[in-house]
Design a protein around this ligand. Structure first.
Ligand SMILES: [Zn+2]
Length: 218
């Protein structure tokens, strides 16, 4: 055996950020907005948070429902291990982020702020804090609000119980992830056609939902 083969570094197994082996692993969530903005700049961490909120009982193939898909770390997507399926899918697929070019971490930071800023979040805030354009910020807020409205109208209210900032963020994010892009497009078309985009939480106090000033740049 040559010295080259013995000294060559071992090929490292890529870290599986989402613990697909035994289902989604609960990530440690940020404690406050400052931490959230900072930590959600890490896109792999953000993906693990997103995947956990989407599949709290473990990641399943969106095509056939098989558990424990393989994670392709270079492309950050999953591939079904079932020999009859073997299809690939991203975490965004069939969610309201499906066609969005915005980073998952930026979406999570916005959801954090919407869930926790009592005075509401404006597109100016997002421009300031995340560096997205004001138009992008406005579109993100609108999309979140439409998802909440759609769920409200179709009889899926957001669970009420949440004590910490992290819990409020997790609750809102898991909630809006129930809306597919298709359903959102439906809602969007109705809003564009003149349907009012109301605050679904008005009765519970708009100040506490963070959704109050979402129309600032309309
Ligand atoms: Zn499958």
């Amino acid at each position: 055996m040559s010295i080259l083969t013995t000294t060559r570094p071992k090929k490292r197994t890529p870290i599986d950020p989402v613990g697909t082996k035994h289902g989604g692993t609960k990530p440690v969530l940020p404690a406050n907005t400052t931490e959230a903005i900072q930590q959600f700049q890490d896109q792999l961490y953000s993906l693990s948070v997103f995947a956990w909120l989407r599949w709290p009982d473990g990641i399943k193939c969106i095509h056939c429902g098989a558990e424990d898909p393989g994670f392709l770390s270079t492309r950050q997507i999953w591939k079904c291990r079932d020999p009859r399926c073997r299809k690939q899918f991203s975490a965004r697929r069939d969610t309201l982020l499906e066609d969005s070019p915005i980073l998952i971490g930026d979406w999570l930071a916005v959801l954090w702020m919407v869930a926790n800023q009592r005075g509401g979040v404006s597109s100016y805030d997002l421009k300031e804090l995340l560096g997205v354009t004001q138009k992008t910020g406005w579109l993100m807020l609108r999309r979140i609000r439409m998802a909440v409205q759609y769920l409200h109208e179709t009889g899926t209210p957001m669970p009420k119980r949440a004590r910490t900032e992290a819990e409020r963020f997790a609750r809102l994010t898991a909630h809006v992830l129930l809306v597919s892009n298709e359903q959102l497009a439906e809602e969007e078309a109705a809003v564009d056609a003149g349907k009012p985009l109301s605050n679904p939480f008005a009765r519970r106090g708009a100040d506490r939902t963070g959704l109050r000033s979402m129309t600032d740049a309309a």
